[in-house]
Design a protein around this ligand. Structure first.
Ligand SMILES: NC(=O)c1ccc[n+]([C@@H]2O[C@H](COP(=O)([O-])OP(=O)(O)OC[C@H]3O[C@@H](n4cnc5c(N)ncnc54)[C@H](OP(=O)(O)O)[C@@H]3O)[C@@H](O)[C@H]2O)c1
Length: 347
């Protein structure tokens, strides 16, 4: 029997490295042929030691992306949620695959809960709670929301029927990623949002938030998020009726946190480690937001609400058990690891 060909982008990243780790530990791994799309040729060589094939290239190498996806039964895309030309190249490749084989290949693409955000700027919590089962509510999102342009292209491809498309939306992912890919420095072990807040707070020697920090966000632990990718991958492979296309939204959420509580925990950890003098977080100034968060959507993310329930994901059998207390407990080891590696001073 021929192997299932899997093409993965973002393998050197936090999410992609974790998904790859779980694929390599999958009971059916001997029936997979995994190809990673990697920018750094040195990392490509290291990945090959794990039995992977690699294609060296970046998202701007559109021909390479199209060619590689046209040979794949499954594409898992975790590199840059917002790259429209790249997703178009992936979809062209999948269409070619379908035209040649008559079978619709599987796409699992990663975006984020930024698509659900508002403009609260830390002032209030909003009431709307999205569900990945409530497609009309998702479809009511403005086309101008972050990631929406990419989502709509993917859904359209799924509705045309040449690919079975699925979109995973992780929330605030936390926890240091674990496993040999991370130990060997191939993949990035740090998330984006919590480390971003920690680095800013470390630099100003004080926990920070946007205004009062009254905004709410969901959270998910990296290991449990990687479980969701594998559960969806298994479901899509074994059952073509697994929700896809217009219905193919899967939220990665296991609990919800108040931004103030995260900021306060960071402030407390800084005091505990002798870096901060007050356990009470203070609002970031406009200048601080521009300085520290220009690369992660600034206050648009930091002060926003994004509320959601992962009901479709749970309907697949996904059972995340981590709670917001685990998010808060992850802050100290994250600070210690960032300080140990020196990354705490990089923005
Ligand atoms: N972490 C979170 O909390 C979170 C939550 C929701 C959604 N997301 C989204 O999920 C995606 C992955 O996040 P992450 O946390 O895994 O980020 P990450 O650790 O920075 O990893 C990004 C991965 O994508 C690759 N990549 C980036 N730009 C590329 C390009 N132009 N061409 C080829 N490869 C490229 C990187 O390769 P290099 O190693 O060569 O840089 C790396 O492998 C991002 O779009 C992010 O916005 C993240």
């Amino acid at each position: 029997m021929s192997k299932t060909s899997i093409f993965l982008t973002g393998a050197t990243g936090y999410i992609g490295g974790s998904v790859l780790t779980h694929l390599l530990n999958h009971p059916n791994v001997s029936s997979f042929e995994i190809t990673a799309f990697v920018r750094d040729p040195e990392k490509a060589k290291l990945l090959e030691e794990f039995g992977l094939k690699t294609v060296v290239g970046s998202n701007s190498d559109l021909d390479k992306l199209e060619e590689a996806t046209s040979k794949s039964d499954v594409v898992i895309s975790t590199a840059d949620a917002d790259d429209v030309p790249a997703i178009k190249a992936i979809l062209r490749g999948l269409k070619k695959r379908h035209d040649e084989t008559g079978v619709a290949p599987i796409l699992i693409h990663t975006v984020s809960f930024l698509v659900l955000t508002d403009d609260a700027h830390g002032h209030y919590a909003y009431e709307t709670i999205y569900s990945d089962l409530d497609i009309p509510l998702i479809e009511s999102l403005a086309a101008t929301q972050p990631h929406r342009d990419v989502d709509l292209l993917i859904v359209e491809a799924g509705e045309q029927g040449y690919a079975r498309t699925h979109i995973i939306l992780p929330s605030t992912i936390y926890g240091l990623a674990q496993g040999p890919l991370f130990d060997k420095g191939i993949s990035n072990k740090h998330s984006i949002q919590v480390p971003g807040l920690i680095k800013a707070s470390w630099d100003r020697k004080q926990g920070g938030m946007v205004r009062e920090g009254k905004n709410l966000w969901p959270n998910v632990h990296i290991e449990e998020l990687a479980d969701l990718y594998i559960i969806l991958f298994d479901a899509a492979l074994s059952n073509p009726k697994t929700a896809n296309g217009r219905e193919g939204y899967y939220f990665g959420e296991s609990d919800e946190y108040l931004f103030y509580d995260l900021a306060k925990t960071v402030a407390q950890v800084l005091v505990e480690l002798g870096r901060g003098s007050s356990e009470e977080p203070t609002p970031f100034s406009r200048e601080e937001i521009d300085k520290y968060f220009a690369g992660v959507s600034g206050s648009a993310y930091l002060g926003s609400n994004s509320r959601a329930r992962a009901e479709r994901s749970r309907s697949l059998g996904w059972r995340p058990v981590k709670r917001t207390t685990d998010l808060l407990l992850s802050v100290k080891p994250e600070v210690e690891e960032l300080a140990r590696s020196g990354r705490i001073n990089s923005f």
